[in-house]
Design a protein around this ligand. Structure first.
Ligand code: ADP
Ligand code: MG
Length: 695
């Protein structure tokens, strides 16, 4: 019988309802699922050893004949041992199976058997292997699959043991049609020296004799690479289709960039741009001058100066008679942008408005009217901009700040309020390049890696909380010099009363015992928005010197006079969050410091995170480090929407392959837009990767 990738596992021999349910629990429903899922690792059980030469401590494969066997009762009630003495021409080894009484039905005197496992010796007793993997070559109807070769090790799924799965995968591989269609074009296979599909699948699970074990366990044999690359290619072809369909769209009005526009932009510029900002701006303006709408991601660390780039793009749009929507994730951030933008554009004739959840009544109606009539050219706002009541006369540019805080849908809704507007999304989450290719693969990316001049590096120290006094002394020194401080206190849950009480008590203690002569304020997520605002404003105005805060300050506050930050329980935070928090200091001309207080022991990854922060302030370096420490699932602190479900590939282990896939996908789309690969991506993309359709 031939199976196809769609064949349900439940219809296979040996898969009953219980086993089927266990496999489904592990995400394995169809033959395709089963084959796409790689072994955890591979073991070389190919070389038979002479029993006489085996030393205790070695893990070996031996082959011989059972000379005696039997069940042995132990002192522990109900605990059964089955033992078999197995002989080869050189010597003997005893095999012991604990609590596997069914072995009595499998093994008898005279049975030929292959054993694999760790050899051991009790005192002067015989050499023994406990719970060995075994195979009965005499009885078998097929090749040895559990021993005597390089063997795949699968993760147990409920009652479906590794052994059960191995047999299942083996059977399925045997039943695959020999002429299965190959979605990879021949030129691509040739260029990458990849085997055909069927060979690749078969060898990824059951490597041929002599396959190098280190390559196998690094998942880099041609067979494995082919399986991973195919998955990544399908993903990247899907993204490529999206990019191409976006590039085929046309803007109703293509902005013109002439001397007048340039002069207007220059007039709004309070400083000269850094080289990195200039390059980013060139990308952005270049996109705007093209007939297809811009789809660009501007990546740049906290404080890299993304806002001004977006603002200059806004000036270009407005000078061309278009409206601009600037969306920020929090009210505070929206207000800060609104103020900055109004200040920079004060001398220009543009109408700028603010629209947030707390813009009420008459104000709100006025802003909505002005947007609909086109009288307001630029609106800064929060999610409030996405609401149905918000309409624009000629929305030509959408800027989304801190993109990772928004869903793809919100971006899409805002974009639809315009008529194919240019879209610029910005993120201070410096995700590694491979992940950018994955998460934002349908966007063009510009990166600002250089910080504006005059920033003094933040000196970071990690010290145990038993030395908290040192941290407070540092804070005092800064306060005495007229500067301000943040003390960050983590809450497990922003909404929990117990947690908030802990933060409140700490703030009270600091105010009355530690810094009695300075003004402190507490900021946490349970404060009402007006209260939060009041606190932030007081701190920004310098009326409050110490801001005790939970992580709500993570995004969006810019107080250059704040030069020191103490983070309590730093071992609890993710690398990303710590990096973002730290970015609140070091924003002025004075040198800044950050103290990471940790509870001992910080744990292995906790300590690694703290060390990374002490060593560098480069967000991109930290992002790579974070990826290594955590794995791709929870990238850089924010569970990212837009992350594909992958079956064979691993975004950390296989990042190099993802980069190749991006390049090859573009080639495939150019050369064979109607080919099998593109057709397969169109057919299966959203189901396969669990993402919204490629359209
Ligand atoms: P982010 O990229 O985090 O959004 P901002 O745009 O808020 O960063 O910029 C951070 C600070 O740096 C702001 O106070 C801004 O005015 C300042 N800044 C940005 N670019 C420059 C520059 N080229 N020269 C001097 N200061 C700059
Ligand atoms: Mg910003």
């Amino acid at each position: 019988m031939n199976v196809t990738l769609e064949t349900p596992l439940l219809s296979l021999k040996g898969v009953g309802p219980k086993r089927g349910a266990d496999l489904a629990q592990a995400g394995l429903r169809s033959v395709g699922d089963l084959l796409a899922r790689f072994p955890l690792r591979y073991e070389d059980r190919a070389r038979f050893r002479e029993m006489a030469g085996v030393r205790p401590g070695e893990t070996v494969t031996v082959a011989g004949t059972v000379v005696s066997c039997g069940m042995r009762l132990t002192r522990r009630a109900g605990f059964k041992l089955f033992e078999a003495v197995v002989r080869d021409p050189s010597g003997a080894i005893k095999a012991i199976w604990l609590n596997q009484p069914f072995m009595a039905n499998v093994v008898a005197r005279g049975t030929d058997i292959i054993l694999y496992g760790p050899a051991d010796r009790r005192d002067t007793g015989p050499l023994q292997i406990t719970n060995p993997q075994y195979e009965l070559p005499g009885r078998r109807e097929r090749d040895a699959i559990h021993t005597g070769r390089i063997v795949p090790i699968y993760e147990k799924a409920g009652c479906a043991t590794c052994r059960v799965q191995r047999a299942l995968v083996y059977d399925v591989v045997q039943q695959l049609p020999g002429d299965a269609a190959d979605v990879l074009p021949a030129w691509l296979r040739a260029e990458m020296s990849l085997p055909d599909w069927r060979t690749a699948v078969a060898e990824a699970h059951f490597p041929p004799a002599g396959a190098p074990l280190d390559l196998l366990n690094a998942f880099r044999t041609p067979a494995q690479v082919r399986v991973i690359l195919e998955e990544f290619l399908l993903f990247q072809v899907g993204l490529g289709l999206r990019r191409r369909s976006a590039a085929a769209e046309r803007k109703p009005l293509v902005p013109v960039i002439d001397d007048r526009v340039r002069a207007a932009a220059r007039a709004a510029l309070p400083f000269s741009l850094t080289g990195a900002q200039r390059l980013a701006l060139k990308d952005v303006v270049g996109d705007m001058a093209r007939p297809a709408p811009m789809q660009r991601l501007l990546q740049g660390d906290v404080g890299a100066g993304k806002t001004i780039v977006a603002l200059l793009a806004a000036v270009v749009a407005m000078e061309n008679g278009l409206q601009v929507a600037f969306m920020a994730p929090t009210e505070i951030l929206a207000e800060q942008h609104h103020q900055t933008i109004r200040r920079l554009l004060a001398a220009r004739p543009y109408e700028v408005a603010l629209l947030t959840g707390s813009t009420g009544g008459a104000d709100r109606r006025r802003v909505l009217d002005a947007l609909a009539s086109g009288r307001v050219q630029l609106v800064v706002g929060t999610h409030a901009l996405v609401q149905e009541a918000v309409a624009f006369a000629r929305l030509g540019l959408v800027v989304v700040d801190e993109q990772h805080r928004f869903g793809v849908m919100q971006r899409a809704v805002l974009t639809r309020k315009g008529w194919n507007p240019d879209v610029l999304v910005m993120t201070a989450t410096p995700i590694p390049r491979t992940l950018a290719l994955t998460l934002y693969g349908d966007l063009d990316v510009s990166v600002i890696r250089e910080l504006p001049p005059g920033r003094t590096p933040i000196e970071t120290r990690a010290i145990p909380q038993s030395r908290r006094d040192e941290a407070h002394a540092l804070v005092r020194r800064e306060l005495d010099a007229g500067r301000q401080a943040y003390i960050v206190y983590p809450l497990v849950e922003e909404s929990s009363k117990v947690d908030v009480r802990a933060a409140t008590e700490m703030a009270d203690h600091l105010a009355s015992e530690v810094f009695p002569e300075y003004r402190l304020a507490l900021l946490h997520g349970r404060l009402r928005p007006e209260e939060k605002d009041r606190v932030m404003r007081a701190f920004a105005a310098g009326e409050v010197q110490v801001l005790v805060s939970t992580t709500v300050i993570e995004v969006g506050i810019d107080v250059p006079n704040a030069t020191v930050m103490v983070i309590e329980h730093a071992e609890r935070f993710g690398l990303a969050q710590l990096h973002q928090l730290r970015g609140r200091v070091g924003r002025g001309v004075q040198p800044s410091a950050c103290v990471l207080l940790y509870q001992e022991p910080a744990g292995e990854t906790g300590a690694a995170r703290l060390r990374a922060l002490v060593e560098t302030t480069d967000g991109f370096v930290l992002a790579e480090r974070d990826l290594e420490l955590r794995g791709p699932g929870d990238v850089f602190g924010t569970r990212q929407s837009g992350m594909p479900t992958l079956r064979s590939g691993d975004l950390v282990r296989d990042r190099g392959i993802m980069e190749q896939a991006r390049r090859l996908a573009d080639l495939a789309l150019d050369r064979e837009p109607e080919g099998a690969l593109v057709a397969e991506a169109r057919r299966s993309w959203s189901g396969r990767f669990g993402l919204a359709s490629v359209g």
